[in-house]
Design a protein around this ligand. Structure first.
Ligand code: SAH
Length: 443
Protein backbone atom coordinates (compact mmCIF):
# COMPACT_ATOMS: atom_id res chain seq x y z
CA UNK A 1 0.00 0.00 0.00
CA UNK A 2 1.39 3.35 -0.89
CA UNK A 3 -1.49 5.68 -0.22
CA UNK A 4 -0.55 8.00 2.56
CA UNK A 5 -2.89 9.50 5.05
CA UNK A 6 -3.64 13.20 4.65
CA UNK A 7 -2.19 14.94 7.63
CA UNK A 8 -4.67 15.92 10.19
CA UNK A 9 -4.61 19.71 10.30
CA UNK A 10 -4.66 19.48 14.04
CA UNK A 11 -1.82 17.03 14.38
CA UNK A 12 1.56 18.69 13.99
CA UNK A 13 1.12 21.72 16.16
CA UNK A 14 -1.92 20.79 18.14
CA UNK A 15 -1.36 21.07 21.82
CA UNK A 16 -2.14 17.67 23.20
CA UNK A 17 -4.55 17.83 26.08
CA UNK A 18 -2.65 15.09 27.78
CA UNK A 19 0.44 17.13 28.57
CA UNK A 20 2.11 20.52 28.50
CA UNK A 21 4.67 20.87 25.77
CA UNK A 22 4.11 18.60 22.81
CA UNK A 23 6.11 20.27 20.12
CA UNK A 24 8.05 17.25 19.00
CA UNK A 25 5.69 14.90 17.41
CA UNK A 26 5.84 11.78 15.34
CA UNK A 27 2.88 10.28 13.65
CA UNK A 28 2.08 6.84 12.41
CA UNK A 29 0.54 6.53 9.00
CA UNK A 30 -2.83 5.02 9.74
CA UNK A 31 -3.33 3.95 6.11
CA UNK A 32 -0.24 1.79 6.20
CA UNK A 33 -0.67 -0.71 8.99
CA UNK A 34 1.99 -2.97 7.47
CA UNK A 35 4.60 -0.27 7.53
CA UNK A 36 6.01 -0.04 10.98
CA UNK A 37 8.38 2.85 10.38
CA UNK A 38 7.49 6.12 12.03
CA UNK A 39 7.30 9.32 10.09
CA UNK A 40 8.47 12.51 11.70
CA UNK A 41 6.00 15.13 10.57
CA UNK A 42 6.94 18.11 12.69
CA UNK A 43 9.69 19.23 14.99
CA UNK A 44 9.03 22.68 16.25
CA UNK A 45 11.44 24.36 18.61
CA UNK A 46 14.26 22.80 20.57
CA UNK A 47 12.47 21.95 23.75
CA UNK A 48 11.67 18.28 24.01
CA UNK A 49 8.11 17.28 24.62
CA UNK A 50 7.07 14.85 27.30
CA UNK A 51 6.85 11.47 25.62
CA UNK A 52 3.30 10.19 25.30
CA UNK A 53 1.17 7.98 23.06
CA UNK A 54 -2.18 9.44 22.03
CA UNK A 55 -4.80 7.14 20.53
CA UNK A 56 -7.26 7.88 17.77
CA UNK A 57 -10.75 8.71 18.94
CA UNK A 58 -12.65 5.53 19.80
CA UNK A 59 -9.55 3.35 19.89
CA UNK A 60 -9.33 3.41 23.69
CA UNK A 61 -12.04 0.75 24.01
CA UNK A 62 -9.80 -2.31 23.97
CA UNK A 63 -7.58 -0.69 26.59
CA UNK A 64 -10.59 0.03 28.75
CA UNK A 65 -11.34 -3.69 28.55
CA UNK A 66 -7.75 -4.14 29.73
CA UNK A 67 -6.39 -5.71 26.60
CA UNK A 68 -2.65 -5.16 27.00
CA UNK A 69 -1.69 -4.26 23.39
CA UNK A 70 -1.99 -1.21 21.19
CA UNK A 71 -1.61 -1.77 17.46
CA UNK A 72 -0.05 0.89 15.27
CA UNK A 73 -3.37 1.65 13.53
CA UNK A 74 -4.88 2.83 16.83
CA UNK A 75 -2.20 5.46 17.41
CA UNK A 76 -2.81 9.05 16.47
CA UNK A 77 0.56 10.39 17.49
CA UNK A 78 3.60 9.78 19.59
CA UNK A 79 4.97 12.84 21.31
CA UNK A 80 8.53 13.42 22.30
CA UNK A 81 11.21 11.26 20.81
CA UNK A 82 10.92 8.06 22.82
CA UNK A 83 13.25 5.14 22.31
CA UNK A 84 12.04 1.60 21.95
CA UNK A 85 11.47 0.09 25.37
CA UNK A 86 10.72 3.39 27.11
CA UNK A 87 7.75 3.61 29.44
CA UNK A 88 5.16 6.09 28.18
CA UNK A 89 1.73 7.17 29.29
CA UNK A 90 -1.06 6.25 26.87
CA UNK A 91 -3.88 8.77 26.53
CA UNK A 92 -7.19 8.78 24.71
CA UNK A 93 -7.97 11.39 22.05
CA UNK A 94 -9.18 13.73 24.80
CA UNK A 95 -5.91 13.42 26.66
CA UNK A 96 -7.24 11.22 29.46
CA UNK A 97 -4.73 8.81 30.99
CA UNK A 98 -5.35 5.17 30.12
CA UNK A 99 -2.23 3.23 30.99
CA UNK A 100 1.55 3.07 31.34
CA UNK A 101 3.03 1.17 28.45
CA UNK A 102 6.29 -0.01 26.95
CA UNK A 103 6.90 1.53 23.56
CA UNK A 104 8.02 -0.63 20.62
CA UNK A 105 9.14 1.57 17.73
CA UNK A 106 9.56 -1.21 15.18
CA UNK A 107 6.62 -3.44 15.97
CA UNK A 108 3.05 -3.59 14.71
CA UNK A 109 2.23 -3.71 18.41
CA UNK A 110 3.24 -0.14 19.22
CA UNK A 111 2.89 -0.51 22.96
CA UNK A 112 2.30 -3.11 25.63
CA UNK A 113 0.67 -2.13 28.90
CA UNK A 114 2.52 -2.34 32.19
CA UNK A 115 -0.13 -0.75 34.38
CA UNK A 116 -3.59 0.84 34.29
CA UNK A 117 -3.00 2.99 37.32
CA UNK A 118 -1.63 6.51 36.87
CA UNK A 119 -0.18 6.42 40.38
CA UNK A 120 2.08 3.48 39.57
CA UNK A 121 5.74 4.15 39.02
CA UNK A 122 7.23 1.65 36.59
CA UNK A 123 10.48 0.83 38.32
CA UNK A 124 12.27 -2.02 40.07
CA UNK A 125 9.80 -2.07 42.98
CA UNK A 126 6.90 -2.32 40.52
CA UNK A 127 8.45 -5.32 38.74
CA UNK A 128 9.46 -6.89 42.05
CA UNK A 129 5.83 -6.89 43.09
CA UNK A 130 4.62 -8.29 39.73
CA UNK A 131 7.20 -11.07 39.73
CA UNK A 132 6.55 -11.95 43.39
CA UNK A 133 2.86 -12.14 42.53
CA UNK A 134 3.48 -14.55 39.65
CA UNK A 135 5.61 -16.77 41.91
CA UNK A 136 2.95 -16.72 44.63
CA UNK A 137 0.31 -17.79 42.09
CA UNK A 138 2.37 -20.90 41.24
CA UNK A 139 2.77 -21.70 44.93
CA UNK A 140 -0.98 -21.36 45.48
CA UNK A 141 -1.58 -23.90 42.72
CA UNK A 142 0.79 -26.37 44.39
CA UNK A 143 2.51 -27.04 41.08
CA UNK A 144 5.80 -28.01 42.70
CA UNK A 145 4.12 -31.21 43.87
CA UNK A 146 4.16 -32.56 40.29
CA UNK A 147 7.30 -31.02 38.92
CA UNK A 148 10.41 -29.00 39.65
CA UNK A 149 10.02 -27.44 36.23
CA UNK A 150 7.40 -24.83 35.55
CA UNK A 151 6.67 -21.59 33.79
CA UNK A 152 7.16 -18.96 36.49
CA UNK A 153 6.18 -15.98 34.36
CA UNK A 154 3.81 -16.19 31.42
CA UNK A 155 4.23 -12.75 29.90
CA UNK A 156 1.02 -10.76 29.32
CA UNK A 157 -1.03 -13.20 31.39
CA UNK A 158 1.13 -12.42 34.44
CA UNK A 159 1.02 -8.68 33.79
CA UNK A 160 4.54 -8.73 32.35
CA UNK A 161 4.24 -8.42 28.55
CA UNK A 162 7.16 -9.91 26.69
CA UNK A 163 8.71 -11.69 29.69
CA UNK A 164 8.79 -15.47 29.90
CA UNK A 165 10.65 -17.26 32.66
CA UNK A 166 10.83 -21.04 32.84
CA UNK A 167 12.30 -22.94 35.75
CA UNK A 168 14.19 -26.22 35.36
CA UNK A 169 15.24 -27.24 38.86
CA UNK A 170 17.63 -24.56 40.07
CA UNK A 171 18.16 -23.04 36.61
CA UNK A 172 15.96 -20.27 35.25
CA UNK A 173 15.61 -19.51 31.56
CA UNK A 174 14.48 -16.02 30.66
CA UNK A 175 13.06 -15.08 27.27
CA UNK A 176 12.52 -11.43 26.36
CA UNK A 177 10.12 -11.00 23.47
CA UNK A 178 9.43 -7.29 23.34
CA UNK A 179 11.34 -4.02 23.43
CA UNK A 180 9.81 -3.20 26.80
CA UNK A 181 10.88 -6.47 28.38
CA UNK A 182 14.32 -6.12 26.77
CA UNK A 183 14.73 -2.67 28.32
CA UNK A 184 14.28 -4.07 31.84
CA UNK A 185 16.52 -7.13 31.31
CA UNK A 186 18.99 -6.39 34.11
CA UNK A 187 16.23 -5.42 36.54
CA UNK A 188 14.36 -8.67 35.83
CA UNK A 189 17.55 -10.68 36.33
CA UNK A 190 18.28 -8.93 39.66
CA UNK A 191 14.76 -9.55 40.94
CA UNK A 192 14.73 -13.20 39.84
CA UNK A 193 18.09 -13.71 41.53
CA UNK A 194 16.78 -12.14 44.75
CA UNK A 195 13.50 -14.04 44.80
CA UNK A 196 14.49 -17.45 43.41
CA UNK A 197 18.26 -17.71 44.11
CA UNK A 198 18.90 -19.92 41.04
CA UNK A 199 22.38 -21.25 40.24
CA UNK A 200 21.99 -19.74 36.79
CA UNK A 201 19.76 -17.40 34.84
CA UNK A 202 20.15 -18.22 31.18
CA UNK A 203 18.76 -16.02 28.42
CA UNK A 204 17.04 -17.51 25.39
CA UNK A 205 15.90 -14.37 23.61
CA UNK A 206 15.68 -16.01 20.21
CA UNK A 207 11.93 -16.28 19.61
CA UNK A 208 10.43 -15.29 16.21
CA UNK A 209 8.71 -12.36 17.89
CA UNK A 210 12.01 -10.58 18.48
CA UNK A 211 12.54 -10.10 14.77
CA UNK A 212 9.13 -8.44 14.52
CA UNK A 213 10.22 -6.16 17.39
CA UNK A 214 13.45 -5.29 15.58
CA UNK A 215 15.48 -6.88 18.38
CA UNK A 216 18.61 -8.97 17.87
CA UNK A 217 18.87 -12.55 19.08
CA UNK A 218 20.55 -12.83 22.48
CA UNK A 219 21.51 -16.17 24.05
CA UNK A 220 23.75 -16.79 27.04
CA UNK A 221 24.30 -16.70 30.77
CA UNK A 222 22.92 -13.63 32.52
CA UNK A 223 23.68 -14.62 36.14
CA UNK A 224 25.64 -17.50 37.70
CA UNK A 225 27.01 -20.50 35.83
CA UNK A 226 25.15 -22.95 33.65
CA UNK A 227 25.59 -26.49 35.04
CA UNK A 228 26.83 -29.16 32.61
CA UNK A 229 23.53 -30.98 32.93
CA UNK A 230 20.12 -29.46 33.41
CA UNK A 231 17.27 -31.78 34.28
CA UNK A 232 13.63 -31.53 35.13
CA UNK A 233 11.54 -34.10 37.01
CA UNK A 234 7.91 -34.16 35.96
CA UNK A 235 5.37 -36.50 37.55
CA UNK A 236 8.29 -38.72 38.57
CA UNK A 237 9.88 -38.81 35.09
CA UNK A 238 13.29 -37.24 34.51
CA UNK A 239 14.04 -35.26 31.37
CA UNK A 240 17.38 -33.79 30.36
CA UNK A 241 16.85 -30.22 29.15
CA UNK A 242 19.11 -28.48 26.68
CA UNK A 243 18.54 -24.89 27.74
CA UNK A 244 21.25 -23.50 25.47
CA UNK A 245 20.26 -25.10 22.17
CA UNK A 246 16.94 -26.89 22.70
CA UNK A 247 13.65 -25.60 21.35
CA UNK A 248 11.76 -22.81 23.11
CA UNK A 249 13.50 -22.46 26.49
CA UNK A 250 14.55 -26.12 26.31
CA UNK A 251 11.37 -28.03 27.11
CA UNK A 252 7.62 -27.92 26.42
CA UNK A 253 6.34 -27.36 29.95
CA UNK A 254 2.86 -26.48 28.68
CA UNK A 255 2.09 -30.13 27.81
CA UNK A 256 2.83 -31.52 31.30
CA UNK A 257 -0.78 -32.41 32.24
CA UNK A 258 -1.59 -33.65 28.75
CA UNK A 259 1.44 -35.93 28.76
CA UNK A 260 0.25 -37.36 32.09
CA UNK A 261 -3.22 -38.01 30.65
CA UNK A 262 -1.74 -39.78 27.63
CA UNK A 263 0.32 -41.92 29.98
CA UNK A 264 -2.77 -42.90 31.96
CA UNK A 265 -4.45 -44.19 28.81
CA UNK A 266 -1.47 -45.88 27.17
CA UNK A 267 -1.36 -49.25 28.88
CA UNK A 268 -1.16 -52.20 26.46
CA UNK A 269 -1.53 -49.86 23.50
CA UNK A 270 0.43 -49.44 20.30
CA UNK A 271 1.32 -45.76 20.45
CA UNK A 272 2.45 -43.39 17.71
CA UNK A 273 3.96 -40.11 18.96
CA UNK A 274 4.41 -37.60 16.13
CA UNK A 275 6.61 -34.53 16.70
CA UNK A 276 8.01 -36.22 19.81
CA UNK A 277 10.84 -33.71 20.58
CA UNK A 278 12.79 -35.11 23.59
CA UNK A 279 10.28 -37.91 24.11
CA UNK A 280 7.76 -36.32 26.48
CA UNK A 281 4.61 -38.23 25.53
CA UNK A 282 6.64 -41.35 24.64
CA UNK A 283 8.22 -41.66 28.08
CA UNK A 284 4.87 -41.41 29.84
CA UNK A 285 3.47 -44.11 27.52
CA UNK A 286 6.48 -46.39 28.08
CA UNK A 287 6.37 -45.98 31.85
CA UNK A 288 2.65 -46.75 31.91
CA UNK A 289 2.95 -50.03 30.06
CA UNK A 290 2.39 -49.21 26.39
CA UNK A 291 2.92 -52.28 24.20
CA UNK A 292 4.98 -50.30 21.66
CA UNK A 293 5.83 -46.65 21.07
CA UNK A 294 6.92 -45.31 17.69
CA UNK A 295 8.21 -41.73 18.01
CA UNK A 296 8.98 -39.38 15.14
CA UNK A 297 10.76 -36.05 14.99
CA UNK A 298 12.80 -34.22 12.35
CA UNK A 299 15.42 -33.13 14.89
CA UNK A 300 18.24 -35.61 15.43
CA UNK A 301 19.41 -33.68 18.51
CA UNK A 302 15.95 -33.96 20.07
CA UNK A 303 15.85 -37.70 19.34
CA UNK A 304 19.28 -38.23 20.93
CA UNK A 305 18.02 -36.57 24.10
CA UNK A 306 14.79 -38.59 23.93
CA UNK A 307 16.74 -41.84 23.85
CA UNK A 308 18.98 -40.63 26.66
CA UNK A 309 15.84 -39.81 28.64
CA UNK A 310 14.57 -43.38 28.24
CA UNK A 311 17.86 -44.60 29.79
CA UNK A 312 17.79 -41.94 32.48
CA UNK A 313 14.48 -43.35 33.68
CA UNK A 314 15.47 -47.00 33.33
CA UNK A 315 12.61 -47.65 30.92
CA UNK A 316 12.42 -50.63 28.58
CA UNK A 317 13.87 -49.32 25.32
CA UNK A 318 12.94 -52.50 23.43
CA UNK A 319 9.35 -51.24 23.24
CA UNK A 320 10.49 -47.90 21.78
CA UNK A 321 11.26 -47.15 18.13
CA UNK A 322 12.57 -43.75 17.03
CA UNK A 323 12.55 -42.25 13.54
CA UNK A 324 14.24 -39.07 12.46
CA UNK A 325 11.97 -38.02 9.61
CA UNK A 326 9.30 -35.68 8.33
CA UNK A 327 6.00 -36.61 9.98
CA UNK A 328 4.04 -35.70 6.83
CA UNK A 329 6.00 -38.35 4.90
CA UNK A 330 6.07 -41.01 7.62
CA UNK A 331 2.31 -40.86 8.12
CA UNK A 332 1.84 -41.60 4.40
CA UNK A 333 4.31 -44.50 4.55
CA UNK A 334 2.57 -45.96 7.59
CA UNK A 335 -0.77 -45.67 5.81
CA UNK A 336 0.65 -47.43 2.74
CA UNK A 337 2.07 -50.18 4.99
CA UNK A 338 -1.38 -50.51 6.60
CA UNK A 339 0.16 -50.03 10.08
CA UNK A 340 -2.40 -49.45 12.83
CA UNK A 341 -2.19 -47.86 16.29
CA UNK A 342 -4.40 -47.60 19.36
CA UNK A 343 -3.24 -44.17 20.46
CA UNK A 344 -1.75 -41.39 18.34
CA UNK A 345 -0.31 -38.06 19.50
CA UNK A 346 0.00 -35.20 17.01
CA UNK A 347 1.78 -32.24 18.63
CA UNK A 348 3.19 -30.26 15.70
CA UNK A 349 5.11 -26.97 15.86
CA UNK A 350 3.33 -23.66 15.45
CA UNK A 351 2.03 -23.79 11.84
CA UNK A 352 0.26 -20.39 12.17
CA UNK A 353 2.03 -17.87 14.41
CA UNK A 354 -0.61 -15.28 13.42
CA UNK A 355 -4.02 -15.33 11.71
CA UNK A 356 -2.34 -14.43 8.41
CA UNK A 357 -0.99 -18.00 8.22
CA UNK A 358 -4.30 -19.63 9.17
CA UNK A 359 -5.28 -20.89 5.72
CA UNK A 360 -2.02 -22.62 4.93
CA UNK A 361 -1.78 -23.94 8.48
CA UNK A 362 -5.33 -25.33 8.27
CA UNK A 363 -4.32 -27.47 5.30
CA UNK A 364 -1.31 -28.82 7.21
CA UNK A 365 -3.40 -29.61 10.31
CA UNK A 366 -6.05 -31.30 8.19
CA UNK A 367 -3.44 -33.37 6.37
CA UNK A 368 -1.80 -34.87 9.46
CA UNK A 369 -5.08 -35.40 11.28
CA UNK A 370 -6.72 -37.09 8.30
CA UNK A 371 -3.79 -39.50 8.12
CA UNK A 372 -3.86 -39.92 11.90
CA UNK A 373 -7.52 -40.95 11.80
CA UNK A 374 -6.74 -43.49 9.08
CA UNK A 375 -4.00 -45.09 11.17
CA UNK A 376 -6.21 -45.67 14.22
CA UNK A 377 -7.83 -48.97 15.04
CA UNK A 378 -11.55 -48.84 15.86
CA UNK A 379 -11.92 -47.45 19.38
CA UNK A 380 -8.50 -45.79 19.08
CA UNK A 381 -7.62 -42.41 20.61
CA UNK A 382 -6.21 -39.38 18.84
CA UNK A 383 -4.54 -36.68 20.95
CA UNK A 384 -4.29 -33.75 18.59
CA UNK A 385 -2.90 -30.29 19.33
CA UNK A 386 -2.39 -26.86 17.87
CA UNK A 387 -0.12 -24.31 19.54
CA UNK A 388 -0.82 -21.75 16.81
CA UNK A 389 -1.98 -18.36 18.01
CA UNK A 390 -3.50 -17.87 14.55
CA UNK A 391 -5.88 -20.86 14.89
CA UNK A 392 -8.85 -20.45 17.21
CA UNK A 393 -10.42 -23.28 19.22
CA UNK A 394 -13.43 -23.24 16.90
CA UNK A 395 -11.38 -23.30 13.74
CA UNK A 396 -9.24 -26.12 15.09
CA UNK A 397 -12.29 -28.20 15.87
CA UNK A 398 -13.68 -27.53 12.37
CA UNK A 399 -10.42 -28.62 10.78
CA UNK A 400 -10.45 -31.85 12.78
CA UNK A 401 -14.10 -32.46 11.89
CA UNK A 402 -13.21 -32.05 8.19
CA UNK A 403 -10.28 -34.43 8.58
CA UNK A 404 -12.47 -37.11 10.21
CA UNK A 405 -15.09 -36.74 7.48
CA UNK A 406 -12.51 -37.12 4.71
CA UNK A 407 -10.91 -40.06 6.51
CA UNK A 408 -14.32 -41.72 6.64
CA UNK A 409 -14.39 -42.14 10.42
CA UNK A 410 -16.89 -41.20 13.08
CA UNK A 411 -15.15 -39.59 16.01
CA UNK A 412 -16.18 -38.14 19.34
CA UNK A 413 -14.44 -35.45 21.34
CA UNK A 414 -13.89 -37.07 24.73
CA UNK A 415 -11.87 -34.22 26.21
CA UNK A 416 -10.69 -30.73 25.40
CA UNK A 417 -7.21 -29.84 26.53
CA UNK A 418 -5.20 -26.70 27.20
CA UNK A 419 -1.84 -25.69 28.58
CA UNK A 420 -1.02 -26.55 32.19
CA UNK A 421 -1.91 -24.19 35.06
CA UNK A 422 1.52 -22.55 35.09
CA UNK A 423 0.49 -21.04 31.72
CA UNK A 424 -2.52 -19.03 32.92
CA UNK A 425 -4.69 -17.01 30.53
CA UNK A 426 -5.64 -13.49 31.50
CA UNK A 427 -9.37 -13.08 30.83
CA UNK A 428 -8.73 -9.79 29.04
CA UNK A 429 -6.05 -11.43 26.87
CA UNK A 430 -7.58 -14.47 25.15
CA UNK A 431 -4.51 -14.62 22.88
CA UNK A 432 -2.79 -16.21 25.89
CA UNK A 433 -4.73 -19.44 25.24
CA UNK A 434 -2.52 -20.51 22.35
CA UNK A 435 -2.45 -24.25 23.08
CA UNK A 436 -5.55 -26.23 22.24
CA UNK A 437 -5.95 -29.96 22.17
CA UNK A 438 -8.67 -32.51 21.52
CA UNK A 439 -8.83 -36.10 22.60
CA UNK A 440 -10.91 -37.97 20.04
CA UNK A 441 -12.15 -41.52 20.06
CA UNK A 442 -12.90 -43.08 16.72
CA UNK A 443 -15.91 -45.38 16.36
N1 SAH B 1 5.35 -33.10 22.08
C1 SAH B 1 6.64 -32.53 22.41
C2 SAH B 1 6.80 -31.14 21.83
C3 SAH B 1 6.69 -31.08 20.33
S1 SAH B 1 7.34 -29.62 19.67
C4 SAH B 1 6.83 -32.56 23.92
O1 SAH B 1 5.90 -32.92 24.65
O2 SAH B 1 7.92 -32.23 24.38
C5 SAH B 1 7.30 -29.90 17.97
C6 SAH B 1 8.37 -30.84 17.44
O3 SAH B 1 8.14 -31.02 16.05
C7 SAH B 1 9.81 -30.35 17.52
O4 SAH B 1 10.57 -31.28 18.23
C8 SAH B 1 10.30 -30.27 16.07
O5 SAH B 1 11.64 -30.71 15.91
C9 SAH B 1 9.37 -31.22 15.38
N2 SAH B 1 9.09 -31.01 13.95
C10 SAH B 1 8.83 -29.84 13.32
N3 SAH B 1 8.49 -30.10 12.02
C11 SAH B 1 8.53 -31.44 11.86
C12 SAH B 1 8.25 -32.30 10.77
N4 SAH B 1 7.84 -31.83 9.60
N5 SAH B 1 8.39 -33.63 10.96
C13 SAH B 1 8.81 -34.12 12.14
N6 SAH B 1 9.06 -33.34 13.21
C14 SAH B 1 8.92 -32.02 13.08
Amino acid sequence: MSQSKPRSPSTPHRQSQGGKDFRKRVQRDKQQPDKPALQTVARVGAASAKPCITLNAGREKSLQRRHPWIFSGAVECIDGAPSSGDTLPVRDAEGKFLAWAAYSADSQITARMWSWSEQDVIDKAFFHSRIANALAARRTLGLERDSNGMRLIHAESDGLPGLIVDQYGDVLVMQLGSAGADHWRETFADILQELCAPVCIYERSDSDGREREGLPIRIGVVRGTLPDKVEVTENGLRFAVDVAAGQKTGFYLDQRDNRALTGMLAQDKDVLNCFCYTGGFSLYALRNGAKSVLSIDSSQEALHLAQANVKLNGLDSSRAEWQCADVFEVLRKLRDQNRKFDLIVLDPPKFAPTAAFAEKASRAYKDINLLGFKLLRPGGLLFTYSCSGGISDDLFQKIIAGAALDAGVDAQIVKKLHAAADHPVLLSFPEGAYLKGLVLRVG
